[in-house]
Write a protein that binds this ligand. Structure first.
Ligand code: CU
Length: 155
C-alpha cells in the first residue's frame, strides 16, 4: 500500500515538473498573442477581416449558423498573387501546389465557439485562405462551392 502511494506521489512530481517547464518555455518564447481575431461562420459565408497587420495572432472560430462548419486556414505560396488567390477561392478550392504543405482546421457545430484557437505569426505580404469543406449531406455540395471561402491579406 505504501509503495502504491509513493508511486502516486512520484507521478505527481513529474506532472508538476512538466507543467512548470512548459510554463517557463512559453514565457521565454515571448509575449502572448498581440491580437485575437474571430472568424464567424454562417450559411454559407465567413465573416473575418479582409486585411490584418503583421504580428502574432490567435484565430478563434464561432459558428453562428444552423449547420456544422469548419474553417481550414492555410497560407498561399508566395508566388500566388491576390488575384489568383481570389480566383482559386471563388472556384471553391486551391491546388496543393498553390499553398503551404501545412495548415490548420477549427470545427464548430451550430451555436458553438471552438474552444481551440489557431496561433499564427502573420508576416507582411502573406495571403491566408479560409475554406469550409463540409457538406450538409453526402450528395450536397461543399460549403466552399456555395461561397464559404475568404481571403485574409497581411499588410
Ligand atoms: Cu460550412
Amino acid at each position: 500500500m505504501r509503495f502504491a502511494v509513493r508511486l502516486l506521489l512520484v507521478g505527481c512530481t513529474i506532472a508538476l515538473d512538466g507543467a512548470a517547464s512548459r510554463g517557463s518555455a512559453s514565457a521565454a518564447s515571448g509575449a502572448p498573442p498581440s491580437r485575437r481575431v474571430t472568424i464567424e461562420a454562417t450559411e454559407y459565408a465567413f465573416r473575418a477581416p479582409a486585411t490584418l497587420p503583421p504580428g502574432l495572432t490567435a484565430f478563434r472560430f464561432v459558428n453562428r449558423g444552423k449547420v456544422a462548419h469548419e474553417v481550414q486556414l492555410f497560407r498561399f505560396d508566395k508566388r500566388v498573387d491576390t488575384k489568383t488567390a481570389r480566383s482559386y477561392l471563388a472556384a471553391g478550392d486551391a491546388p496543393d501546389s498553390a499553398a503551404d504543405p501545412s495548415g490548420s482546421v477549427l470545427i464548430a457545430f451550430p451555436g458553438v465557439t471552438a474552444h481551440e484557437e489557431v496561433l499564427v505569426q502573420l508576416e507582411r505580404g502573406e495571403l491566408y485562405a479560409l475554406i469550409c469543406g463540409f457538406r450538409d449531406a453526402p450528395d450536397k455540395p461543399k460549403h466552399a462551392s456555395l461561397g464559404m471561402t475568404a481571403l485574409i491579406e497581411v499588410r
